[in-house]
Design a protein around this ligand. Sequence first.
Ligand code: ATP
Ligand code: LTN
Length: 325
Amino acid sequence: MRVLSGIQPTGHVHLGNYLGAVRGWVEDQHHHDSFFTVVDLHAITIDQNPAELTKAVLELYATLLGSGLDPEVSTIFVQSQLDEHPALAWLLECTATYGELHRMTQFKDKGKGSESVRAGLFTYPVLMAADILLYQADRVPVGEDQKQHLELTRDLAMRFNHRFGRTFVVPEPAIPKVAARVMDLQAPERKMSKSQATPLGILYVTDKPEEIKKKISRAVTDTEARAVYDPEKRPGISNLLEIFSAVSGADPAELAERYNSYGTLKSDLTAALVAELEPVRLRTEEYLADRGELVRIMRKGAEKARIVAGETLTKAKEAMGFIVA
Ligand code: ATP
Ligand code: LTN
């Protein structure tokens, strides 16, 4: 079985990205043939400053390695280093319709019907389909929010196979069971998010222990005396219990029973988070300290990825009737 997933270099990796995605990838790499990509071409669908883009890509790549993704075990690459991605995206764009792209909710949310919205934001889901189909991935671990894009990917793959002959594996999404939606620590009714960050509500995997302590101790809970796991009625404390559950393996309702004070729960959760994240932070810093070596690892990843992507692109072009050079 082959697994592929991607993450955008649009800010630091936060606890939602880590628990909901990256940590699962680290596990996946030991069981499946795995590909993970920093999707930097997706990051330019909104305004992007060149120096910031470079920094964000280096930082994200280092954080993935620091989190335990092993370039000897899986293929970890930067999307823009492979021209096969935009090339296949163009072929697929010519099979996708305006109507189906117009129905994508992320485009509706981010584009808000504005005339000045970038054409790239509109066609972005097709580039995502190309990311997946180039590697003939069977399974794509993503958060709940990406389900609609995966549906489109499946439709495009089936349509292409039907029209031009069997070319692509039709992928399945894999949504994590725990921590699929880590909430903002200050506004627990909305998801922890890079684009809507409140300074104390978002916890980064590279936060120092004192910052983790501060953010957890100030996390919004409620005025009830006891902790109860009830995401509907008690979102703040339930979010903390869910995070605690994800890092300890214990059931959130069981954890709630174990604590009769929010203070002790918060300090034990802080200790558990520091134990999980401190090694990630230190390893990430080591990778970032040697930019030359980091770029060498990236290039090796791109070389490995190109073998598979190149083969699929040629197959797709030939199926459509192009004379391949
Ligand atoms: P933004 O918050 O700006 O929309 P993002 O944080 O969702 O961006 P992406 O690069 O789009 O970041 O997502 C990387 C992965 O992290 C995806 O699989 C996504 O579903 C997952 N993810 C993002 N936020 C959360 C969250 N709060 N809880 C669990 N998983 C999340
Ligand atoms: N659209 C995704 C990022 C993404 C992705 C992919 C995820 C781009 N290409 C391929 C999985 C597979 C997002 O916004 N989280």
